[in-house]
Design a protein around this ligand. Structure first.
Ligand code: GAR
Length: 184
């Protein structure tokens, strides 16, 4: 049996897609989920499943390193084969990156548009490709080796909300698919 731990900070919609996909795979289980935000919308959604949820509020810590150490300890207690960052909005220190093997979902074709405003920036810059990436997490933000990417075909004069929704639809396919591919 392979085990994953999923980290999230907000809606948790990608986390749910992974959980739903893994219901079809008997040899991969979601051992736990962890959020750094007390008010994350995903918390209510995960309650419908029989999966442990941990809230480790980053605001309770004096430094990034102390937060990361507790996060590493909690993750390690589940002995996962892989950790999946699905909308986990934290800058991670080497305390995390040197100890945890993890992948991250990012809503752009990396190396374009790293950081927290990737969807807005790729919407605005029509000279560059738009899409999504799944990559290994390394010490430098959004810079680890890319595992999989999907490009979004641009539609002329598309409203931002529609562009953003199509980005999310790509994510819902690629992230669960990549998790399965890495663990099968
Ligand atoms: C996703 O669009 C993901 O690509 C993005 O956060 C969203 C999470 O949505 N991640 C990043 O921007 C990472 N830098 P969700 O909480 O509904 O899964």
């Amino acid at each position: 049996m392979k085990r994953i731990v999923i980290l999230f900070s907000g809606e948790g919609s990608n986390m749910l897609r992974i959980i739903q996909k893994l219901e079809h795979y008997e040899n991969i289980e979601v051992a736990a989920t962890i959020t750094n935000k007390q008010e994350a919308k995903g918390i209510e959604k995960i309650k419908a499943y029989n999966i442990p949820l941990n809230i480790i509020n980053h605001k309770d810590y004096a430094s990034r390193e102390e937060f990361d150490q507790d996060l590493v300890n909690k993750i390690s207690s589940y002995k996962p084969d892989l950790v999946v960052l699905a909308g986990f909005m934290r800058i991670l220190t080497p305390v995390f990156t040197k100890n945890i093997k993890s992948i991250n979902l990012h809503p752009s074709i990396l190396p374009h548009f790293k950081g927290a405003k990737a969807i807005e920036q790729s919407y605005a810059d029509i000279e560059k490709p738009a899409g999504i990436s799944v990559h290994w997490v390394s010490e430098e933000l959004d810079s680890g080796l890319v595992i999989a990417q999907k490009e979004l075909t641009r539609i002329k004069d598309e409203p931002f909300e529609s562009f953003k929704n199509r980005i999310h639809l790509l994510e819902y396919e690629l992230l669960p698919e990549t998790v399965v591919r890495l663990l099968q």
